[in-house]
Design a protein around this ligand. Structure first.
Ligand SMILES: Nc1nc2c(ncn2[C@@H]2O[C@H](COP(=O)(O)OP(=O)(O)OP(=O)(O)O)[C@@H](O)[C@H]2O)c(=O)[nH]1
Ligand SMILES: [Mg+2]
Length: 367
C-alpha cells in the first residue's frame, strides 16, 4: 500500500531538500584582507557598483551567526570566525522555488494527487521557505515538517461515531452511492458485519434492482453475516425498496438501514434521477460515496460530481490495500470537503478500517 508514493516522495523530497540547501547557502569562501568588520556589513560577492548594498529580491545576503567549534586556539578561532563570517545565506526567491519544486510536483502528479492538493502543499512549503533566510542546518527539518503538517491537514477530520449517531436518530439510514464496481456492496456488507458484531440491529435494502445478480450478491452477504434483506424483483422501483426497508426498520425497532444502490455514472441522467428519487423517498441520514482508491483522480472527480448532483456526506475509500499511489486518499477529502469515514482494506468482512490519519501518514513515510 502506497509503496510507489512513499518511495518516490522520499526521493523527491531529499532531492528538493538538497537543492534548496544549495540554493540558500553559498559555499564558505575565505575572506581576503578586508578590514575586520562588525556583524552587519554584508560581504560583497562580486564587486557591486552601488555604495550601499540594497537588499535584492532574491539575493539578500545575511551573515550567519554560527557557533564556533569549542577547542580552537585564538589564532584558529580568528580563522574560523572569518570563515563563518564569509558563509552567506540567501533568501529563496519565488521563481527559484517553483523551479526546484517542479520535480516534487511531478511525483505528486504521478501519484494521482489532485491539482488543488498539490497547490496546497506547494503553498505551504513556499510559505515556510521563501522570504525568510533559511539556514542549511534547519532546511531539512523545515521541509519534512511542513510536508508532514500539510498532508496531515488534508487528512484531518472528525471520526464517525455510530453509537452517537444511532442514539440521536433511529433507525439511522445510510445510503451507499458511487460508480459501477467501486465497492459499494462489499463495503456495505463489511459495515453490516461490523455493526452486527457491535450489537446493533441492521437491515439491508437491496436497491440495486438494475444490475443482474446484484440482489443475489446482497443476499449472499446478508446470509453469511446474519442480517435481513428487504428486496423486490429486478427492474422494480429502487425507491420503493428503500421505503419498505425503512418502514421495516421502524416497525422492528432496528438501529441501521443500509441501502445498496446500483452503480452509475454521474453523466447518466436517468440513473442519477433514479438515485435522487431513492434519496428523496428514504431520506438517508448519511449518503456515503464509495470511491475506488485505485482510480485515483477519477474517484476524486466522481465524488465531486456525486456531491453536486445528489449530495455526499462522507466517503468510504475502497481497495486502498491494492493502491500504490495514494492520490485519492490524500485528495478526496480536501477536494470535496467530506470526511473519509472508513477505508476498505481488503475483501474480507474484517477489512473495513476506521479512517486514521496516522495510519496513512505512516504508509506515506511521513509519520
Ligand atoms: N482488494 C479489495 N477489493 C475490494 C474492496 N472492496 C471491494 N472490492 C472488490 O471490488 C469488486 C467490486 O465490488 P462491489 O462491492 O461489487 O462493487 P459495487 O460498487 O457494489 O459494484 P456495482 O454494484 O456493480 O456498481 C469486488 O470484486 C470486490 O471484492 C477492498 O477494499 N479491497
Ligand atoms: Mg453493488
Amino acid at each position: 500500500m502506497f509503496k510507489f508514493l512513499k518511495e518516490k516522495l522520499k526521493g523527491a523530497v531529499s532531492k528538493f531538500t538538497k537543492d534548496v540547501k544549495e540554493e540558500v547557502e553559498e559555499k564558505p569562501v575565505k575572506k581576503k584582507e578586508e578590514p575586520k568588520q562588525k556583524e552587519k556589513v554584508p560581504p560583497k560577492k562580486e564587486a557591486p557598483k552601488k555604495e550601499k548594498p540594497k537588499p535584492e529580491k532574491e539575493e539578500t545576503i545575511i551573515i550567519e551567526e554560527e557557533p564556533e567549534t569549542e577547542e580552537v586556539t585564538e589564532e584558529k578561532k580568528g580563522f574560523f570566525q572569518k570563515m563563518s563570517d564569509a558563509v552567506t545565506k540567501k533568501k529563496l526567491g519565488e521563481e527559484k522555488f517553483d523551479e526546484l519544486f517542479w520535480e516534487l510536483e511531478l511525483v505528486l502528479l504521478e501519484s494521482n494527487i489532485a491539482v488543488e492538493v498539490i497547490e496546497k502543499i506547494k503553498n505551504d512549503l513556499k510559505n515556510a521557505l521563501i522570504g525568510e533566510a533559511v539556514s542549511r542546518l534547519n532546511t531539512q527539518t523545515i521541509i519534512t515538517e511542513t510536508l508532514r503538517k500539510s498532508v496531515e491537514e488534508l487528512l484531518s477530520f472528525q471520526k464517525v461515531n455510530f453509537k452517537k449517531l444511532v442514539s440521536d436518530k433511529k433507525p439511522y439510514i445510510i445510503a451507499f452511492i458511487g460508480v459501477n464496481g467501486s465497492g459499494k456492496t462489499t463495503n456495505l456488507a463489511k459495515l453490516a458485519y461490523k455493526l452486527k458484531n457491535e450489537g446493533y440491529k441492521v437491515v439491508i435494502a437491496a436497491c440495486d434492482t438494475f444490475r443482474a445478480a446484484a440482489i443475489q450478491q446482497v443476499e449472499n452477504h446478508a446470509e453469511k453475516i446474519g442480517v435481513r434483506v428487504i428486496k423486490h424483483d429486478y427492474g422494480a422501483d429502487a425507491a420503493a425498496v428503500a421505503y419498505d426497508a425503512v418502514e421495516h426498520a421502524k416497525a422492528k425497532d432496528l438501529d441501521f438501514v443500509l441501502i445498496d444502490t446500483a452503480g452509475r455514472n454521474h453523466a447518466n441522467t436517468n440513473l442519477m434521477d433514479e438515485l435522487r428519487k431513492v434519496v428523496r423517498v428514504s431520506n438517508p441520514d448519511m449518503k456515503v460515496f464509495v470511491g475506488d482508491a485505485l482510480t485515483g483522480n477519477d474517484a476524486v472527480e466522481q465524488a465531486r460530481e456525486f456531491n453536486d448532483k445528489v449530495g455526499v456526506d462522507s466517503i468510504i475509500l475502497s481497495k486502498v490495500d491494492a493502491d500504490e499511489k495514494g492520490g485519492a486518499s490524500v485528495s478526496i477529502s480536501y477536494v470535496t470537503n467530506k470526511p473519509i469515514i472508513f477505508v476498505g482494506n481488503g475483501q474480507r468482512y474484517e477489512d473495513l478500517i476506521l479512517f486514521d490519519k496516522d495510519f496513512f501518514l505512516e504508509k506515506m513515510g511521513l509519520s
